[in-house]
Design a protein around this ligand. Structure first.
Ligand code: NAD
Length: 355
């Protein structure tokens, strides 16, 4: 049966990188007879310019009706002065809420041929293979907040962190299931020595873990986890944590791979899931055809794996990316003397040729 992918290019380099990923998905669809179909929809600043809103209702409805969403990136200085409620970035937050995207998955791998691009020493990063599972629609980012109030003669602001047991159970279960397909190890990260929400998180994680005896589980404070990611990153398999800690730890872990342009992500939803590279719209290089498409192409591989259970097709993409890099192709963010300098189109072609 045909599977519909809604493509939301967004702004900046979004169009260039999603075009590249769609070419790869089309080739994979033919090769593995997946019968994928594509439908493009607007979001972000581009949608604001066209429709006066960063997330048109039509885009939300199309995303909900799709089998998966491939997202580029949104944002740019052009829209810096629009009403904050209509900023391009509201599109991604709105899609997370509308699609119930409760979990963000970020695989962090360092390919052998790219080890020297990591800011850490080769012997520390060699062999890293981590998945960070971040809770995405709860916690302090979505709690009540007050921008400004007067108390005891001083202006103050506050944000409320809150988690319920079902919210924690859902994300920890997902982390356990992911670990079962990997190295059977989950690290649950919190700040239980200080925060009440973290103590509830820790109690709930322990109860969920009891149902997964084949998964080795440990708790870790977030400050220690930040440190361990820099000194013993290969010790981790799956990390599960809340929205705020996950935001920070996943960006820290992402730089271990050497370039932000390489990193994919998946946001798992109650209905449709969404796949996007971790970087933004890179307005500084937009329109020049030089963006690294690999983060988006690897996001397409995650799409095949998680939304369509097409593991072999996903692996075919991942292997083709690795082969293109091994054969020396490098986009501007990774280019060094002695390698083959490739623009977006040339890197995409190098990957297509290796599928
Ligand atoms: P960015 O990730 O867009 O760019 C940071 C740096 O990395 C830039 O120098 C850029 O050229 C480079 N870069 C990023 N992706 C690249 C790629 N694929 N290939 C080569 N180089 C790449 O972050 P920023 O500059 O802080 O943000 C730009 C805009 O993107 C802002 O409006 C921000 O709000 C938005 N943003 C959107 C998302 C999203 O849509 N999910 C995420 C992050 C930032």
């Amino acid at each position: 049966m045909a599977k519909k992918i809604v493509v939301i290019p967004g702004d900046g380099i979004g169009e260039e990188i999603t075009n590249a990923a769609v070419l790869v998905l089309k080739k994979i669809s033919d090769k593995f007879q997946l019968d994928l179909t594509f439908e493009s929809h607007a979001a972000g600043g581009t949608a604001y310019d066209l429709y006066g809103t960063p997330l048109p209702e039509k885009t939300i409805l199309a995303a909900k009706a799709a089998d998966a969403v491939l997202f580029g990136a949104v944002g740019g200085a052009v829209w810096d002065n629009v009403d904050p409620a209509l900023r391009p970035e509201k599109a991604i937050l709105g899609l997370r809420k509308s699609l119930g995207l409760y979990a963000n998955l970020r695989p962090i791998k360092v390919m052998d041929c790219l080890v020297e691009y990591s800011p850490l020493k080769k012997e520390i990063v060699s062999g890293i293979d981590i998945v960070i599972v971040r809770e995405l629609i709860g916690g302090i980012y979505f709690g009540d907040k007050c921008e400004s109030e007067m108390k005891d003669g001083f202006e103050r602001a506050w944000d409320l962190e809150n988690y319920s047991v079902p919210e924690v159970e859902r994300i920890v279960k997902l982390a356990m299931e992911i670990a079962q397909k990997r190295n059977h190890k989950v690290t649950s990260v919190d700040k239980a020595n200080v925060l009440a929400t973290s103590r509830l998180w820790r109690r709930t994680a322990a109860k969920v873990a009891a149902s997964y005896p084949d998964v080795k589980t440990n708790d870790m404070y977030v400050d220690n986890c930040a440190m361990q990611l820099a000194i013993h990153p290969t010790e981790f398999d799956v990390i599960v944590t809340g929205n705020l800690f996950g935001d920070i730890l996943s960006d820290e872990a992402a730089v271990l791979g050497g370039s932000i342009g390489l990193m994919p992500s998946a946001s798992i939803g109650e209905c449709t899931s969404l796949y996007e590279p971790i970087h933004g719209s890179a307005p500084d290089i937009a329109g020049r055809g030089i963006a690294n498409p690999i983060g988006t192409i690897l996001s397409a591989a995650m799409l095949l794996r998680h939304s369509f259970s097409a593991e072999i097709a996903a692996l075919a993409i991942e292997k083709a990316v690795e082969k293109a890099l091994l054969d020396g192709y490098r986009t501007i963010d990774l280019y060094r003397d002695g390698f083959k300098k490739a623009n977006t189109e040339e890197m995409t072609q190098a990957i297509l040729d290796r599928i």
